[in-house]
Design a protein around this ligand. Structure first.
Ligand SMILES: *[C@@H]1O[C@H](CO)[C@@H](O)[C@H](O)[C@H]1NC(C)=O
Ligand SMILES: *[C@@H]1O[C@H](CO)[C@@H](O)[C@H](O)[C@H]1NC(C)=O
Ligand SMILES: *[C@@H]1O[C@H](CO)[C@@H](O)[C@H](O)[C@H]1NC(C)=O
Ligand SMILES: *[C@@H]1O[C@H](CO)[C@@H](O)[C@H](O)[C@H]1NC(C)=O
Ligand SMILES: *[C@@H]1O[C@H](CO)[C@@H](O)[C@H](O)[C@H]1NC(C)=O
Ligand SMILES: *[C@@H]1O[C@H](CO)[C@@H](O)[C@H](O)[C@H]1NC(C)=O
Length: 546
């Protein structure tokens, strides 16, 4: 106790002043920091420091705290460093160190070093050389680093999390990360890396996550991760990737990558990878060709220009998103026994789905805006578990009511924005959608739309198909058939004259509508009330084509 009190007194008297001693040996000048007093607050397992300002290129802080003592957790005194107990986090706030300080960890045994936004431009090879054995987390994000030295982190053999994101680092050396055998997490996003030297990650045998998003990388060489048997996820989105070697993401035969993100690489046109991964995202690139060997479970290729796919091991696919591409057929995807979710929306040239397609696990099928003219009944028969079907934004006119049992298990059936025939749509709504409580989405009401809205879904009244077969070739050609239908209507209306009184107001609407159709079909709906009020009988006797 006497020794300790003595030390405290000795220390307090010595270190209560920050001495600034210029070193003559090296540039920049070393400025000694002998105490944390006045700058740092110690609480529990954290030491928070603020107000250190070493803003000049010509000076570098050197922490020459006495090695034999350290601040106690309650901040009231110092104690002799007797064992190797870690003393928690050292956090610098509102500090500037143009040069990473020398000897920082020499007398402070910390497990976490937080030096974010400290204006650091330069680091030396020996930054962690002494006293960094306990360091597990280093946060150097939001600094101004442009390069890292060879073996920059040597001495920090216990480091597990390293954050270097949001710096200006342009290049790395092959051995920059040497000695980091326990590193699990490396965040290198938002730097200016143009290339990765070969074998850069070879020493990182515990590496699980590497984030390289928002850099300027153009190429990923083969076997970059060959010595990272625990690799879990790799993020490379928003780079300038053009070339990916086929085995760029090979991580050993027994191991599967969990997630790989290659999205937002505008120059990437070909994806030819041999990869075992749970999740692959390559959104918003310029892909036109995709060849995936190996096995993948979830794949998102949205917002590309993919025309055809080649998935030799498509058996493992469970989730596939191909939204907004240029697909013209899906024939290469016929063997997908585990597929649960398929989204091919916004592929306007997509041909009808393969016939006799066996997708026994499919639960969710999105065919929005895929130029479909008919419901793909054959394909749907191979989807006993289907619950969500989106066929909106297509050109469907009707669904054969004999198909309804196939569709009645759906929970969600999105069918708006099609070209529905109102006669058929009414049957769909009244016999399929409403009795089964199926969720659907309505169309946005357009006051200029010349048709009707049945339960919120747009449709037009058209002659049934048997009439069409009977002769008129104008059925499909839109409004030109409306003249013919007017005569028809008038005949039919005379036959149902006895209904006329009862339905007078409805018929007036109807006639008014036809007049307007003949006069360029403008602003019809302004004067139409809901067609729902109409009695079915009249529609069974009236056939028209609009
Ligand atoms: C850091 O500076 C900001 C203003 O620049 C201030 O609001 C904040 O309290 C300071 N933090 C510390 C720990 O001094
Ligand atoms: C797609 O990438 C471009 C850059 O290539 C970007 O400007 C755009 O915002 C991205 N689009 C989406 C939907 O992410
Ligand atoms: C993927 O896994 C299979 C089976 O485990 C293995 O034979 C193949 O070599 C692996 N491919 C890659 C690229 O790791
Ligand atoms: C489709 O993808 C392209 C990029 O390939 C993108 O620019 C466009 O905005 C996307 N369109 C939609 C509707 O998402
Ligand atoms: C819908 O199909 C008709 C013929 O059946 C065609 O004239 C029309 O252009 C198609 N519309 C769209 C948006 O594909
Ligand atoms: C429709 O009109 C017919 C003939 O007047 C009538 O027998 C029938 O009950 C009406 N149906 C409805 C649903 O009002």
């Amino acid at each position: 106790m006497y020794v300790r009190n003595c030390l405290v007194v000795w220390c307090l008297s010595l270190v209560s002043v920050v001495l600034l001693v210029a070193s003559v040996e090296i540039k920049p000048d070393l400025i000694r920091v002998e105490s944390l007093l006045g700058h740092c607050h110690v609480a529990a397992e954290q030491t928070r420091c603020s107000g250190f300002n070493f803003e000049s290129e010509g000076e570098r802080a050197s922490f020459d705290l006495h090695t034999e003592v350290r601040i106690t957790p309650d901040g009231s005194t110092y104690e002799v460093v007797a064992d190797d107990q870690p003393s928690g986090a050292l956090i610098f706030e509102n500090c500037t160190f143009v040069h990473f300080p020398a000897r920082l960890l020499y007398s402070l045994e910390v497990t976490e070093l937080d030096m974010r936004s400290c204006g650091i431009r330069h680091m030396r090879w020996d930054s962690f050389a002494v006293g960094a054995e306990k360091l597990a987390i280093v946060l150097l994000a939001d600094n101004l680093l442009e390069e890292l030295e060879d073996k920059n982190f040597i001495g920090a053999g216990n480091l597990q999390f390293l954050f270097l994101n949001r710096n200006k680092i342009r290049n790395l050396e092959t051995d920059t990360f040497d000695g980091l055998q326990r590193l699990q997490y490396l965040d290198f996003s938002e730097n200016q890396l143009e290339e990765l030297p070969p074998r850069i990650f070879d020493d990182l045998e515990s590496l699980q996550t590497v984030i390289l998003a928002h850099n300027l990388l153009t190429t990923i060489a083969g076997d970059l991760f060959a010595y990272n048997p625990h690799l879990h996820s790799v993020s490379l989105h928003t780079n300038r990737l053009e070339n990916l070697e086929e085995h760029a993401f090979r991580v050993g035969k027994q191991h599967r990558l969990h997630s790989l993100d290659l999205s937002h690489n505008a120059r990437l046109t070909v994806l030819l990878l041999n990869l075992n991964a749970s999740r692959l995202m390559v959104r918003n690139c310029s892909l036109d060709r995709v060849n995936l060997y190996g096995s993948v479970t979830e794949v998102d290729l949205s917002d590309n220009r993919v025309q055809e796919l080649y998935f030799p091991a498509s058996e493992t696919l469970e989730y596939l998103v191909l939204r907004n591409n240029s697909l013209i057929q899906m024939a290469s995807l016929t063997r997908v026994p585990r597929l649960r979710h398929l989204d091919v929306a916004d592929n306007p040239e997509l041909a009808p789905l393969p016939e006799g397609w066996q997708t026994p696990e499919l639960e969710h099928l999105d065919l929005r805006s895929t130029g479909q003219q008919e419901l793909p009944v054959e394909a749907l028969q191979g989807m006993p578990r289907l619950r969500r079907l989106d066929i909106s934004g297509n050109n469907l006119t009707d669904i054969d009511p004999t198909t309804f049992p196939l569709l009645s298990k759906l929970t969600n059936f999105y069918l708006h924005a099609n070209n529905w025939n109102c006669f058929n749509l009414r049957t769909i709504m009244d016999m399929l959608i409403r009795p089964n409580g199926i969720t659907y989405t309505v169309d946005t009401v357009d006051p200029d739309f010349p048709g009707e809205y049945i339960h919120g879904i747009a449709c037009m009244y058209r002659q049934p198909e048997r009439e069409a077969l009977g002769g008129s070739t104008e059925i499909d050609s839109g409004f030109s058939a409306s003249v013919e239908s007017t005569q028809l209507i008038n005949e039919e209306l005379s036959e149902v004259a006895k209904l006329r009184n009862e339905l007078k107001s409805v018929v007036q609407h109807f006639e008014a509508k036809l007049d307007i159709i003949m006069n360029a079909l403008e602003q019809l709906n302004d004067r139409m009330s809901s067609i729902e009020k109409l009695n079915h009988t009249i529609w069974n006797q009236v056939t028209l084509s609009v």
